[in-house]
Write a protein that binds this ligand. Structure first.
Ligand code: HEC
Ligand code: HEC
Length: 252
């Protein structure tokens, strides 16, 4: 009996569709997909698919889901070791959501008002972004690399992040403040943590691996060190930075 149940579960969990192209792509399917998406996906991927906690889906090519079959797999079974969850849905519903996701990539090629050239200068100069972020081989490591940010995030998300840095801080991001029993104090970003140890990168880019036994105190909060740029850059400059970031699509 148990064996049977396990086999059934396995089959249900691992079954990929037999067809490789989406069989449900009519206008009605896309509309149904839009409703399902609003309920199940928009919280992470944004109502228009332009990212947030989840990846930007409003792009012509989804790196993790190039074919319809791989899109089906991602939507139905999630992406292991990331925040992208599996969703229990009927195959038809998975296809309908997939059809809607594809429509986002076709629809949204919104023109961006700013000047990318000026944005590139702001990022390196006045914005001081490279202090914390890498672009290609230049820049720091405290924040995530921005080398392919334009492929991962839509302009709306990028703008929000600049105006209010506290928006969309990833669920797992932690700023930590530790004091060791021998009197050292370290503030930085948590890279890893388990029951016995914690790994931190401090603000001078030094790496620390600390055994929890050696700590006098450990404070850890989901709070970003990134400043908000609403006061530091004017509206035109924010547009320029967004235009520049949106064009960063990975190694050239
Ligand atoms: C809890 C947040 C969350 C929810 C809910 C969620 N996703 Fe995701 N999704 C993510 C994250 C995070 C990633 C990026 C994973 C990675 O590659 O690091 C992702 C990646 C993806 C990708 C791959 C994108 C690429 O760049 O190739 C697709 C497609 C996708 N999600 C579709 C969906 C759909 C459709 C739904 C609703 C059924 C959904 N997601 C629900 C967080 C979420
Ligand atoms: C003091 C360090 C620091 C500075 C300066 C800084 N950032 Fe950040 N930024 C971070 C950290 C850390 C994160 C990751 C946590 C978070 O999302 O808030 C982040 C996140 C981001 C994200 C979200 C990345 C994603 O994958 O969604 C973007 C976009 C971004 N920064 C752009 C910029 C730009 C553009 C500038 C300059 C105008 C800038 N940052 C300046 C530290 C910084």
């Amino acid at each position: 009996m148990i064996w049977w149940a396990a086999l059934l579960l396995w089959q249900q969990n691992m079954q990929l569709p037999e067809v490789s192209n989406n069989p449900h792509t009519t206008e009605a399917d896309v509309e149904q997909g839009r409703k399902l998406y609003a309920g199940r996906c928009a919280g992470c991927h944004g109502p228009g698919g332009d990212g947030g906690k989840g990846a930007n889906l409003a792009v012509p090519v989804l790196p993790r889901a190039v074919s319809d079959r791989s899109l089906y797999q991602v939507v139905r079974y999630g992406i292991p070791d990331t925040e992208m969850p599996a969703s229990l849905m009927a195959p038809r519903e998975v296809w309908q959501i997939s059809a809607y996701v594809r429509s986002l990539g076709k629809l949204r090629n919104e023109p961006i008002a700013g000047d990318a050239g000026r944005g590139a200068q702001l990022v390196r100069g006045k914005g001081g972004c490279l202090q914390c972020h890498a672009i290609g081989t230049e820049g720091g490591r405290m924040g995530p690399a921005l080398t392919d940010i334009g492929a991962r995030r839509g302009p709306g998300h990028l703008r929000n992040k600049l105006i209010d840095a506290t928006s969309d801080v990833p669920e797992t991001f932690r700023l930590v403040d530790v004091r060791t029993k021998d009197g050292r104090q370290i503030t930085g970003i948590r890279l890893n943590e388990d029951t016995w140890s914690i790994q931190v990168r401090d603000f001078s880019d030094r790496f620390h691996s600390l055994s929890k036994d050696s700590l006098a105190s450990l404070r850890s909060e989901r709070r970003t060190p990134m400043p908000s740029y609403k006061q530091r850059l004017d509206a035109g400059e924010i547009n320029d930075v967004v235009a520049y970031l949106a064009g960063l699509r990975g190694a050239q």
